[in-house]
Design a protein around this ligand. Structure first.
Ligand SMILES: [Zn+2]
Length: 238
């Protein structure tokens, strides 16, 4: 594999990636803050899929005026978290079997690319970060979905800031579905074995092996969730 050609040379891109990965805890502007609060509320299920969004209630809850709420909803609509209905206001986007399959296919492509770009460039320090993230996930010290996401992002730490940004959007979107699925799929023995194999592949800088594992790991998850949505009849066609 010609893995030296995409070597990341500029230390700024490493710093930028680190900044992106830690940015969540300290958003810059009030508008960003509200967008991330509302996104978290949708991910956590506090704002329920398919339910109408009451702008006045949000304004009151977050102690802001209506204008920033409207602006935040526009951003979330552009990102697919909410759907704007003319003259009727916004609703939280519904969970949808076709959407989850598309989302997990997008994730698979991006995560394969992330492995191809990251693994050859991982520093020893970044390998240690992967193990730290893995231990935190194993110990379950915090929200397991967030810890799982952080573990995956640690694997891609050397992929480059543009790709990390794209991936984080998709991983956030996937969290909604993973929460709906609960813990069955993602904490299975097969999943754990795949995670351990991913760490081994990262340490060996083995891109081909990493890609093989991630393909199975991500797409199985997506299909499992789609089946569950259809069974439950949440999907309009289901
Ligand atoms: Zn995983």
């Amino acid at each position: 594999m010609k893995n030296k050609t995409n070597k990341i040379l500029d230390p700024r891109s490493k710093k930028e990636t680190r900044d992106i990965l830690t940015a969540r805890s300290r958003p810059k502007t009030a508008g960003n803050w509200l967008v991330s609060q509302l996104r978290e509320a949708i991910i956590s299920g506090e704002l329920v899929a398919g339910s109408a969004i009451r702008q006045d209630m949000l304004a009151e809850k977050y102690e802001v005026s209506r204008m920033p709420v409207r602006q935040a909803l526009d951003v979330l609509a552009a990102e697919g978290w909410v759907v704007q209905r003319p003259h009727k206001g916004a609703v939280v986007a519904d969970l949808n079997a076709d959407d989850v399959i598309e989302l997990f296919e997008v994730r698979t492509s991006l995560e394969k690319l992330a492995i191809a770009r990251s693994f050859p460039n991982l520093t020893e320090e970044q390998i240690e970060d992967i193990e730290v993230a893995w231990n935190a996930y194993q110990e379950g010290d915090g929200d397991s979905l967030v810890l799982h996401q952080q573990f995956h992002l640690a694997l891609y730490a050397a992929a480059g800031p543009r790709l990390i940004r794209l991936l984080m959007q998709q991983l956030d979107a996937a969290q909604r579905y993973l929460r709906f699925e609960s813990s069955e799929i993602q904490n299975s023995d097969a999943d754990q074995a795949e995670h351990i194999a991913l760490i081994e592949a990262a340490k060996a800088r083995d891109v081909a092996k990493g890609i093989e594992i991630i393909e199975a790991h991500v797409s199985e998850g997506g299909h499992g969730i789609a089946e569950k949505i259809l069974k439950r009849g949440t999907d309009p066609d289901g």
